[in-house]
Design a protein around this ligand. Structure first.
Ligand code: HEC
Length: 224
C-alpha cells in the first residue's frame, strides 16, 4: 500500500513539475504577445477598454514627400483591408477629398501617420475652426499606417467619426466613433458592438466640445 501511495505521489509531483515547466513559459509568452500586429505595443490596462490607442514602438521620421510616397504604396491595401468590414465608408472614403496636404504623424492616434478624408455632407470640415457644427450625415475618415526604419510600411486602423441624428449620444455630441482594424474587423463603435472600447475616443474629443468635438488637421498640413 505504502509503495503504491508513494508511486501515485511521485507521478503527481512529476506531472506538476512538467506542467510548470511546459505550460508556464507558454502562458508567459502568450500574455506578452502583441494583440495588434507587428510594430505596436500592448494596450494599457484592460484590452476591452483601452485608455489610449495602440502605440507604435519604432517609427521613422520622413519628409512629407517620402510619407506621401509610402502612403501611395499602401493606400490600396489599406482600403481593401478596411473594406472587408463590409462598411460603405471603408470602401469609399478614398474617393472623398483628402483634407491634409501630406500624411502627418498623429501623437494621439498611436503615433501613426494619418490622413483625413471627409464626405460631401461634411465639406465644411476643411474650414477647420470656422466650420461650425457639422451636419447630420457627415463622415470623417482617418486612415493610418506605420513606417519602420527599415523601410517597411504597414497598415494601421481606420478611425471614423459619423454625425448621427440629434439624441444619438449626448456625451459624444451625437458623433459615432468607430475603429476598424487593418483586416476589416471592427474594434468597437459607439452604441454598437464593443462600445466600451471606443469610449476613450469620446473622452479625448470632448475637450473640443466648443468646436463640435473636432480637433481639425494640424495647421502645417492644411490646404488653406
Ligand atoms: C488623446 C486624444 C485623442 C483620442 C483618445 C482620440 N483622438 Fe481622434 N483626434 C485627436 C486629435 C488631437 C485630432 C486631430 C489631430 C490628429 O489627427 O492627430 C483627432 C482627429 C480625429 C479625427 C478627424 C476629425 C477631427 O477631430 O479633426 C477622427 C475621425 C478621429 N480623431 C477619430 C478618433 C477615433 C475613432 C478615436 C478612438 C478610437 C479617437 N479619435 C481617439 C485626439 C484624440
Amino acid at each position: 500500500m505504502v509503495s503504491i501511495k508513494h508511486y501515485v505521489i511521485t507521478i503527481a509531483l512529476t506531472g506538476l513539475f512538467l506542467a510548470v515547466l511546459v505550460i508556464w513559459p507558454d502562458a508567459q509568452a502568450e500574455s506578452k504577445k502583441d494583440r495588434s500586429g507587428p510594430m505596436t505595443s500592448e494596450f494599457s490596462g484592460d484590452p476591452n477598454q483601452p485608455r489610449r490607442h495602440f502605440r507604435v514602438r519604432d517609427i521613422s521620421e520622413m519628409t512629407p514627400d517620402e510619407r506621401q510616397k509610402n502612403y501611395q504604396k499602401i493606400r490600396n491595401a489599406l482600403r481593401a483591408g478596411y473594406a472587408a468590414s463590409g462598411g460603405k465608408t471603408a470602401q469609399n472614403y478614398q474617393k472623398w477629398p483628402r483634407i491634409n496636404t501630406a500624411p502627418y504623424r498623429s501623437a494621439t492616434h498611436g503615433r501613426r501617420f494619418v490622413n483625413n478624408y471627409v464626405n460631401s455632407k461634411g465639406a465644411a470640415y476643411a474650414m477647420a475652426e470656422e466650420s461650425g457644427t457639422l451636419p447630420v450625415g457627415t463622415i470623417i475618415a482617418k486612415d493610418s499606417f506605420v513606417a519602420a526604419k527599415d523601410g517597411s510600411v504597414m497598415p494601421g486602423p481606420l478611425f471614423l467619426m459619423e454625425k448621427m441624428t440629434q439624441g444619438f449620444n449626448y456625451v459624444s455630441g451625437d458623433w459615432r466613433y468607430t475603429m476598424v482594424m487593418p483586416d476589416g474587423s471592427v474594434f468597437g463603435a459607439t452604441k454598437g458592438a464593443n462600445a466600451a472600447r471606443v469610449e476613450f475616443c469620446i473622452g479625448c474629443h470632448l475637450a473640443r466640445e466648443k468646436y463640435d468635438h473636432l480637433f481639425y488637421v494640424p495647421k502645417k498640413y492644411r490646404k488653406r
